[in-house]
Design a protein around this ligand. Structure first.
Ligand code: ZN
Length: 129
């Protein structure tokens, strides 16, 4: 999603990082599946210990471009694969406070209206206090 229209007329724009009106979420029923990323990371560490790093990377990613990347980049991409698969997005309309929640992994959003006026910083990062 790069732009999402709200029924109030405001256009929600998603074209940068660190957006105060955007959040990511994982459904509770997918939490266990996403937690298995640690097993993949453990398998990667074990492959390094056994001297089978390149072979493991080929099998896991189906590509040899990872051979030259540092381990931290590999671990980051393992985590990213899970995020892409299980994370969805939510936006709060900065004009009216409606929350737009992504339906499944489709490019569809369901809209909810707030019941009070405490929504303006609802998705403000906890590190940004
Ligand atoms: Zn709106």
């Amino acid at each position: 999603m790069s732009k999402l229209g709200c029924v109030c007329g405001h256009l929600i724009v998603d074209q940068t990082d660190n957006i105060i009106y955007k959040a990511h979420f994982v459904r509770d029923q997918d939490k266990e599946a996403i937690d298995t990323q640690t097993e993949d990371i453990e398998a990667f560490i074990e492959a390094i210990r056994k001297g089978e790093r390149d072979n493991w990377l080929n099998n896991y990613f189906g590509s040899d471009i990872y051979k030259t990347l540092p381990n931290s980049s590999v671990v980051n991409d393992i985590i990213c694969r899970y995020n892409v698969k299980f994370e969805s997005e939510m936006f709060v309309c900065e004009k009216c406070g409606r929350i737009k929640i992504q339906k499944g992994n489709e490019n569809k959003f369901v809209s909810f209206q707030p019941e009070d006026n405490q929504w303006s910083d609802i998705f403000k990062g906890l590190t940004k206090q």
